[in-house]
Design a protein around this ligand. Structure first.
Ligand SMILES: C[S@@+](CC[C@H](N)C(=O)[O-])C[C@H]1O[C@@H](n2cnc3c(N)ncnc32)[C@H](O)[C@@H]1O
Length: 284
């Protein structure tokens, strides 16, 4: 039976919350702030405070960990390996494109999301004066198998000059079952294999072993799944399993980054226990 969903737009509102987190932490731009995001931020504050006390970390902790480590790995690709093209899929209201373009003015930045979110992002970037041929927004649907919004069509259209690319998905993969997101990863590996030197960066989560926190996360996972009409899934039990899975889908080199290794090196918050988020860096 084909269990692949056809419409994942129910996930889009979560970008308002992450957008507000980036904004409140001085990472974003006024043009990307939203009233709904500010409301969600206030609404979530008591829950975030309680999680921090009980679990030693909260959503905001891992959001900032993942965001800043991904930024760091992109910067490495640009400064150490000379990559000049970045595709941020499921960009939502991420300010990454603005910051990267300010830091690297010759970078070709393409942000992509479902059509409604892409239109919203493009309008906001235009309002801030950021849109240009070097900084574009385009519609994409990672579930699409045909048409202009497929992964293959987007990469072909926006990076027609060839060359390696950095592809990022942040806050996307865990809204899908491993089978569904695995299909996307396999297609992406095939595309990146044709562009040597390319890299794919994504976030992934582990379930903690502590039973109470584990139970709490499972409740949260089901609630988020219900609210977004998606199948929020924790894909891997360990870093080694993540590594093996992506390797089997066509990525020859897979590195899993634990935020702990960046404490004191990057301005990220620290979790009391082992962080729940990982950043996976994959190459073909
Ligand atoms: C949790 S938000 C993350 C936004 C941003 N990456 C961030 O970290 O702030 C998830 C994003 O995935 C996008 N999305 C959902 N389904 C998608 C799909 N099928 N293809 C591309 N993007 C999708 C949503 O529109 C939303 O912007």
């Amino acid at each position: 039976m084909n269990t692949k969903p056809t419409d994942s737009s129910g996930i889009s509102f979560t970008a308002l919350y992450t957008g507000a987190v980036w904004h409140r932490n001085g990472l974003s731009d006024e043009s990307l702030s939203t009233i709904q995001g500010h409301w969600l931020y206030s609404l979530m504050s008591p829950f975030e405070a309680a999680s921090k006390t009980v679990a030693g970390g909260n959503l905001r902790t891992f959001l900032l960990q993942r965001h800043l480590i991904i930024d760091h790995l992109i910067e490495e690709a640009v400064t150490q390996r000379g990559v000049t093209q970045v595709l941020e899929i499921a960009c939502g209201l991420s300010p990454r494109g603005i910051r990267l373009r300010q830091r690297f003015p010759t970078l070709h930045m393409v942000e992509a999301d479902l059509p409604d979110m892409a239109a919203r992002k493009a309008a906001k970037l235009a309002q801030g004066g950021y849109l240009s041929p070097q900084h574009q927004v385009t519609p994409i649907d990672i579930l699409a198998d045909e048409g202009e919004q497929t992964l293959e069509a987007v990469v072909e259209r926006v990076f027609d000059e060839g060359g390696p690319i950095v592809v990022v998905t942040e806050g996307l993969s865990n809204y899908f079952t491993l089978e569904v997101i695995g299909g996307f990863w396999q297609r992406l590996a095939a595309i990146l294999a044709k562009r040597p030197g390319s890299v794919y960066l994504t976030d992934s989560y582990l379930l903690p072993t502590q039973p109470v926190i584990r139970g709490g996360i499972n409740v949260l996972r089901r609630m988020l799944g219900g609210m977004t009409h998606s199948q929020v899934t924790i894909h891997f039990d360990s870093d080694a399993e993540a590594q093996r899975h992506l390797a089997a889908l066509g990525f020859a080199e897979v590195k899993v980054h634990n935020p702990r290794h960046y404490y004191g090196r990057l301005p990220i918050p620290e979790s009391r226990n082992d962080p729940l988020v990982r950043i996976i860096e994959s190459r073909t």
